[in-house]
Design a protein. Structure first.
Lengths: 585, 597
């Protein structure tokens, strides 16, 4: 039940809606009491032969009025309460989305997208049900229950009411215990389901290994076992689940028995007439729903509560990277200086970067080379403030990037990341991602700079061709070049290319580099790459190894040095020849 | 996506019948639970009749013979308990039945997926397939568990109530029958009106989820390009559109479902009272009958409301079933052994001589990725394939592993067509080392052994020692029992590769098929890998997609692939002599500056 308190902020925000909805719901509960009363009157009048046509007419009219009015009111409260729960779901989704946009990459390393999606769909859904059906069931079972009981007690016979309610504590006891057991078993069933989900995820991802090693029978055995486990856990749930309604119906049966038996005694002694007894049992019938609802309420509220807790937990994770107080909104410009003594990712014992002392002159091109995991990407991500340095500082034009707002800082940076992610939209929209109001001419210009214009023209619908997950499949090189064009359109002072040319062939790469040199005079470019030929013409090259700069200089000086850089260079020339051998020879 | 959304409308009838067929093997149990359900319903329906007897025979005449009272009360309570008991059994049986059916459906689906060609996996995103096997079957479970039992139970209840009404007053009961077309009419009207809304809601929901999923995947781009505001706005619009359609749905539900049924109930009650009242002016009215009718009427609408509430679930289950059956009907099967001879006559791989005879291949039937490939790898030889991405290197391996069917040309092993080998023989004798060394959640041992129970723990250790992985494994906390997380994230690339070598060596294959990784790893591991590869190749026929110079240089035969054709081939010596690629490489090895050109 705590979830209702947790959701109070929303109920308060929509006070009018909820108060009027609840009021309407109560009115409906009251109106529901009238027809049984009318039936009781008719029965009495029939018994004592006092029924007249006009009386009958008014009695029927009363029922008709109840029908029409309660239809209208039922419609209205549904709109209000269910409408409210839909609004809550919508609000929660918005909150989550806003939260997601504030989270830094660290968060995305620790969470799995499937799980985040589950929060935004399944959990939001469960909370929505709690706020809709849960509120309804709570209000309805309490009002209907208490109103019916009060009417039974005050208008018919309080003694008989008490007698008929004798079995109720038994029901409360049973439902409470079932609820607890169900919660546990349901939790285990969900976990088993999760297991089988993971297993299939792994099976599908590793299908080639499984096929190559002829492991189909083994996988089947595993699958059948897990799936049996799911069945077993769900049967355990079913064992409890199938007790709910029959238990309640036994209790109701007892109630009927008691009220008829004692009612008969009361009738005999003249404390009650037959019509009243009929009305009484009809009222008892009205109690069936609130009682069943009582069981249902337990179920739904516990689930909603658990889900809301999950959502809250996610929302409570503070963003790792955010604007510091008094951060300036100016767009920085000038030389970039790194003074990083050490940086490590929170989940790793090893330093990703150490003793980086580097100055990149405005307008220069810096080449960053080294193996996978040597710290090339980290160097760029620190500049972008995807992660914050604890021990050291980075500055642009003499201003620490931590004294700037994220928005100001990122305005001067254009980043083409390693995993060139394209959105499900047209090519043009993807290129204009950072500047949605760009003209087609601007888009075409940067497409030309990135040497992707020729490719785009061969696409079925040119710049309007849909790409991304649901669109045309592009090659790695095409994706990379679109991602470069996207960065170029930003027209920022600093361009960061993070191994964004790795899938582009040599000639195209040379074209792009030449265009960049021509068009970005006076502006700074950082290029991280595996392939040394990419940075041959850079003004300065640093070689990273295990997070530290081990060599730096120009291509010529490094080649002459004859150490790591020269080694790598020689080896790569070989590999290029091997790779292209067939084509060239 | 569009196709999946549209089909169910047309085919839901057939889908439903096909689903029902899964109940056939359980017909005994189904019958039993239906009987229990009938008995429970009968017992339930009988209770008000007893009260009626009591009112008519005892209460009104004020005649209470003790024995009769005890008997009546006893029977009533017995019925109450009996109803509950039967209901517990019936509910439980139905749920277990549904779970069993789904278990069968899941395993059948999994078996089908196991038979499907790799091309299917290439095309189908992981998430989609996972959701077919788990979520969609779960949705169908809901239908067997709740929808079906709700309908059966409530229809039984309805029939029981109607029968009881008939036994009390046939004429009045006949009038009540008129309710049925009214209710069915409402259901049909509801379906007709809400169907487009329902569709629209699903469409918008999947749009919403797609937007969210994509935003999560591309968040770093969004943030780096400062587009958070724009995307929040876009998401807000989609979110609001979804909210609106859901609201519309709620409106229609409120208009046509429960409130309407409650209204109809009250109207019927009114008519019924009018009937009794009117009759009372001309003849004697049996009050017990009036009581029973009023009670039955109130109970009549409970099952109706229950069924209405399940309509949504039913539609969802049909959509899911349609998707599941789409996979079941997929005819894109992985190649299997042809002829299937008895185990002892099935051909065996002994020497491991591989021959490609004029093999051409196309994945989709249009562009050939392999054109007239012919070569032979004699027993114990190493054949290296080089060429740029897309030249067809992987396709050669895919065909040799019988992942795809050879339709033009022939592949032979020891002179026997690849098609004739049993699956087991191929998988036991051909060891594939993949570029992406996929590791499973488990420990080191389970990753080396996989499901091959014939590999003992000692053999696992031997295999690890053979590929020089023993050292790093023993340094892990837990050694061979060290846990491995999702995709082996805790190990380095090189370590993962060594483990996948050990996995292959544990089955002692006669043929080694090698898809060398391009990713560069640190020097130490690189040396271990090269050393291991050399040892592994020794004495085995090896077909390798080679990136490492050491592998290429040591090869007995080198194929240079370009656009699916072999453009140059020969031994190491022959290629050197040709003065082409190999010559250049040789010069480079001598240390001359390659930037010269």
């Amino acid at each position: 039940m705590r979830v209702f308190l947790d959701l109070m902020w929303f109920f308060r925000k929509h006070k009018k809606r909820y108060l009027s909805g609840i009021a309407l719901l109560m009115m409906v509960s009251l109106i529901t009491l009238i027809p049984p009363r009318v039936v009781g009157m008719v029965v009495n009048e029939l018994t004592y032969h006092t029924l007249t046509r006009s009386r009958l007419f008014y009695e029927l009219l009363a029922i008709l009025a109840c029908a029409v009015i309660s239809y209208g009111l039922r419609y209205l409260w549904r709109i209000m309460l269910y409408g409210g729960s839909i609004q809550l779901a919508s609000d929660l989704r918005t909150r989550l989305y806003h939260h997601f946009t504030h989270m830094s990459p660290q968060f995305y390393h620790q969470q799995r997208i499937g799980d985040l999606m589950a929060h935004s769909t399944n959990d939001v859904q469960a909370v929505q049900e709690t706020a809709g059906d849960g509120v309804l069931t709570l209000v309805d079972s309490i009002t209907t229950g208490s109103v019916v009981i009060a009417t039974m007690a005050f208008t018919i016979n309080w003694k008989l009411t008490l007698i008929s309610l004798l079995p109720m504590p038994l029901m409360a006891f049973a439902v409470f215990h079932y609820g607890k057991a169900l919660h546990q078993r349901f939790y285990q069933a969900q976990a088993a389901f999760s297991d089988i989900n993971d297993r299939i995820q792994e099976y599908v991802s590793g299908i080639r290994v499984i096929r190559a090693f002829g492991q189909s029978a083994w996988e089947r055995k595993n699958f059948v076992e897990l799936s049996r486990d799911v069945v077993a856990k769900n049967v355990a749930v079913a064992r409890i689940d199938s007790l709910f309604d029959p238990t309640i119906s036994i209790i109701i049966g007892f109630s009927y028995f008691l009220s008829i038996a004692f009612g008969a005694v009361f009738v005999l002694h003249g404390h009650l007439n037959l019509g009243q007894l009929t009305t009484f049992t009809l009222y008892l019938g009205e109690l069936i729903w609130p009682m069943l609802a009582f069981g249902f309420l337990f179920n739904i509220v516990e689930r909603g509560g658990a889900s809301y807790e999950r959502i809250q937990k996610l929302l409570n994770i503070a963003p790792m990277v955010q604007d510091r107080p008094q951060a300036s909104d100016t767009v920085p410009s000038g030389d970039i200086t790194y003074q990083v003594r050490e940086f490590r990712y929170s989940d790793s014992p090893q330093a990703a970067l150490k003793n980086i002392d580097l100055r990149i002159k405005q307008g220069h091109t810096l080449g960053i080379v080294g193996r996978t995991g040597s710290g090339k990407t980290t160097l760029m991500r620190l500049l972008l403030r995807e992660f914050d340095v604890q021990d050291g500082d980075i500055a642009i034009g003499g201003v620490s990037i931590y004294d700037l707002t994220l928005s100001g800082l990122r305005q001067s940076l254009a980043y083409a990341p390693q995993d060139d992610f394209l959105f499900s939209a047209s090519v043009a929209e993807n290129i204009a991602f950072a500047q949605p109001d760009a003209t087609l001419e601007q888009i075409e210009r940067v497409a030309h700079l990135a040497s992707i214009d020729g490719d785009i023209e061969t696409f079925p619908e040119g710049y309007q061709t849909l790409v991304g997950e649901r669109g045309t499949t592009l090659s790695g090189g095409q994706k990379q070049r679109i991602s470069i064009a996207r960065a170029l359109l930003q027209n920022a002072e600093v361009l960061l290319l993070d191994d964004t040319l790795s899938a582009v062939d040599a000639r195209t790469e040379a074209n792009i580099l030449a265009e960049l040199r021509q068009n970005r005079t006076g502006r700074t470019t950082l290029i991280a790459t595996h392939r040394l030929r990419t940075v041959e013409h850079a003004d300065w090259i640093i070689v990273l190894e295990e997070g530290a700069i081990v060599e730096q200089g120009t291509h010529t000086t490094l080649w002459e040095l004859g150490r790591r850089y020269a080694d790598m260079y020689r080896r790569q020339q070989l590999e290029i020849l091997v790779e292209q051998g067939g084509g060239r020879v | 996506m569009g196709a999946i959304e549209e089909v169910p409308q047309a085919g839901s009838h057939g889908t439903f019948l096909r689903l029902l067929r899964y109940m056939w093997p359980y017909r005994g149990k189904v019958l039993l639970s239906l009987l229990l359900l009938l008995a429970a319903t009968a017992a339930d329906v009988f209770q008000p009749i007893l009260i009626k007897i009591f009112i008519d025979n005892n209460l009104i005449p004020r005649h209470f013979p003790k024995q009769q009272m005890v008997w009546l009360g006893g029977v009533y309570m017995a019925l109450v308990v009996l109803t509950a008991g039967l209901n517990v059994m019936q509910l439980l049986l139905f749920q277990i039945l549904a779970l069993d059916i789904i278990q069968r459906l899941r395993v059948e689906l999994f078996d089908k997926v196991q038979e499907l060609a790799l091309a299917f996996f290439d095309r189908t995103p992981v998430g989609v397939l996972v959701s077919r096997i788990t979520n969609d079957t779960q949705a169908i479970l809901d239908m067997f568990m709740t929808v079906l039992s709700t309908f059966v139970q409530n229809i039984t209840l309805l029939v029981g109530i109607l029968l009881a009404m008939f036994s009390l007053n046939a004429r009045l009961a006949t009038y009540c029958l008129l309710l049925i077309p009214v209710i069915i009419g409402t259901m049909l009207l509801y379906r007709k009106i809400t169907s487009p809304i329902f569709h629209l809601a699903r469409q918008r929901l999947s749009l919403l989820n797609a937007k969210l999923n994509e935003s999560l995947q591309g968040m770093s781009v969004i943030q780096a390009m400062r587009q958070e505001h724009r995307l929040r706005h876009e998401f807000g619009k989609i979110n609001e559109a979804y909210r609106q359609v859901r609201f519309r749905n709620t409106q229609l539900n409120a208009l046509l479902l429960r409130p309407l049924m409650d209204g109809i109930y009250l109207l019927t009650l009114m008519l019924m009272l009018g009937y009794f009242g009117e009759r009372s002016f001309s003849q004697l009215v049996n009050i017990g009958v009036l009581y029973a009718f009023v009670t039955y009427l109130s109970r009549f609408f409970e099952p109706v409301n229950n069924m209405l509430q399940r309509l949504n679930f039913f539609q969802q289950a049909m959509v899911s079933a349609e998707r599941v059956f789409q996979i079941m009907d997929n005819q894109e099967l992985a190649p299997q052994q042809e002829g299937q001879p008895a185990a002892h006559t099935s051909p065996q791989i002994k020497a491991g001589c591989i021959t490609f005879e004029d093999v051409s291949f196309s994945y989709e039937g249009q562009t050939d990725v392999l054109k007239h490939i012919s070569f032979t790898a004699f027993a114990g030889q190493t054949v290296a394939i080089v060429g740029h991405t897309g030249s067809g290197k992987s396709s050669i391996i895919n065909l040799l592993m019988r992942f795809y069917p050879v339709e033009r040309g022939q592949i032979k092993i020891d002179g026997v067509s690849l098609r004739l080998f049993s699956e087991q023989e191929l998988r036991r004798k051909m060891g594939l080392v993949l570029q992406d060394p996929f590791l499973f959640v488990g420990d080191i041992i389970s990753n080396i052994r996989l499901g091959n129970s014939f590999v003992s723990e000692k053999q696992v250790v031997e295999a690890a020692q053979f590929v020089q992985a023993d050292g790093f494994i023993r340094n892990l906390s837990g050694g061979y029992h060290a846990p491995i997380g999702e995709r082996g994230a805790t190990l380095s690339t090189g370590q993962r590769q060594l483990l996948s070598f050990a996995r292959t060596m544990a089955i002692h294959p006669a043929i080694l098929v090698l898809d060398e990784a391009t990713a560069s790893v640190d020097t130490e591991t690189e040396e271990a890998i090269q050393f291991a590869l050399q040892k592994m190749r020794h004495g085995r026929t090896t077909l390798a997609i080679a990136h490492r110079l050491s592998t290429i240089q040591d090869a007995d035969h080198i194929l240079v692939l370009h656009h699916g054709e072999i453009v140059e081939q020969g031994t190491h010596q022959q290629l050197l002599a040709q003065g082409g690629l190999y010559h250049k490489m040789y010069l480079l090895q001598q240390g001359s500056n390659p930037v010269a050109d």
